[in-house]
Design a binder for this molecule. Structure first.
Ligand SMILES: [Zn+2]
Length: 351
């Protein structure tokens, strides 16, 4: 048996092994507070029954996400207790991935782009020299800026983003150009970093007005926004779980935009389909409530204040959801399609 993190998004620490029981934890790397993301591959465990134990706040409501190909993910189901799970490997089941949540592999995005005839372009070189991808759709005058993974581990947002793009490619918003940066913290996504609360600050805190960005990706995104945008939407995952973190919600940043957040939220709620993750306007987080400081720099603030967007915000999509609203890959993509329809209705109603 071997447990490793040698794949895109891998992140694991083996604390100790006792027979067929592994004590595991994640690697925080340069994250300055406790965080919960992990993902590992186990090989050569065919025919064995193995137990995996974690510290608290590492496993979600439905056990780990499990995959055999890093493409299709399922919930294994509740484990022995809330901090451990046991898996019996089939005789020939010799490569299995387990993760905190359902990973979104960048290859899935490249395949999506190819299927839709969209060219992948280079936004910039990342801090570690990788080519950071971005795409554009259409050539209208109004810029719709779409981003995800300002925080590397937040894969639920990537599924929603894919759904948004699919709808806007099939039935575009009039007079618009979509500019999309699907993996803002690209190095972090590839290397399996938490990405949240990086030292000295993370990508979403690199929008200090009047101060140069430290991350090349944010510098490039700001250059786009500085010319003015119509809309800016950024897709995230919230904290691990509990309370509001189990929902889909809009993070409101500017009190004077309250009516616009409400109008968008009402439209989105009305367009949610049976197949979609649920969204309710009442779950939005108003500015300066709890953790939501309107003073901290972020995408939503920058796009509002400098990009002069009609509306700009972050949409958070739970990692696990709730019994009546469980996260799946398909339901998150469908949420994205509903979200794109909401953009179009919001836009039409404005004129
Ligand atoms: Zn985030």
């Amino acid at each position: 048996m071997i447990i490793h993190q040698n794949f895109t998004g891998g992140n694991i620490r083996i604390e100790k092994q006792e027979g067929n029981t592994f004590y595991l934890n994640n690697q925080l790397r340069d994250t300055t507070e406790d965080w919960f993301y992990w993902a590992f591959c186990i090989e050569a465990a065919g025919g064995k029954t193995v137990t995996f134990k974690f510290p608290p706040v590492r496993l979600g409501y439905y056990g780990p996400a499990v995959s055999h190909d890093l493409k299709k993910w399922d919930w294994l189901g509740k484990g022995d207790d809330e901090n451990s799970f046991t898996y019996t490997f089939g005789e020939n089941e010799n490569k299995v991935y387990f993760a905190h949540s359902m990973l979104y592999h960048p290859d899935r995005f490249y395949e999506f782009a190819k299927r839709n005839g969209i060219e992948i372009k280079e936004l910039c070189k990342s801090g570690k020299g990788r080519s950071v991808p971005y795409i554009t759709i259409g050539n209208g005058k109004n810029i719709v800026l779409l981003t995800a993974r300002h925080h590397a581990c937040e894969s639920t947002g990537s599924y929603v983003l894919e759904g948004v793009l699919q709808e806007l490619i099939t039935r575009p918003l009039e007079d618009s150009s979509v500019i999309c940066v699907p993996f803002v913290d690209f190095d972090g996504v590839i290397e399996g970093d938490q990405g949240k609360s990086r030292f000295p600050y993370d990508h979403n805190r690199d929008y200090n007005i009047g101060q140069e960005s430290i991350y090349p990706e944010i510098k490039a995104i700001r250059n786009i926004a500085d010319k003015g945008i119509l809309y800016g939407f950024d897709f995230h995952s919230p904290w691990h779980f509990n309370g509001g973190n189990d929902n889909v919600f809009i993070v409101e940043k500017r009190p004077h935009k309250k009516a616009e957040y409400d109008r968008f939220g009402m439209i989105l709620e009305s367009l949610i389909t049976e197949k979609s993750m649920k969204y309710s306007l009442k779950n939005n987080v108003p500015p300066n409530q709890g953790w939501n400081s309107s003073k901290a720099p972020c995408f939503g603030c920058y796009m509002n204040d400098i990009g002069k967007a009609k509306i700009a915000f972050t949409l958070e999509t739970a990692y696990f959801g709730t019994e009546d609203n469980i996260f799946t890959q398909d339901r998150a993509v469908e949420l994205g399609k509903c979200f794109a329809l909401a953009i179009k209705k919001y836009d039409k109603d404005t004129i």
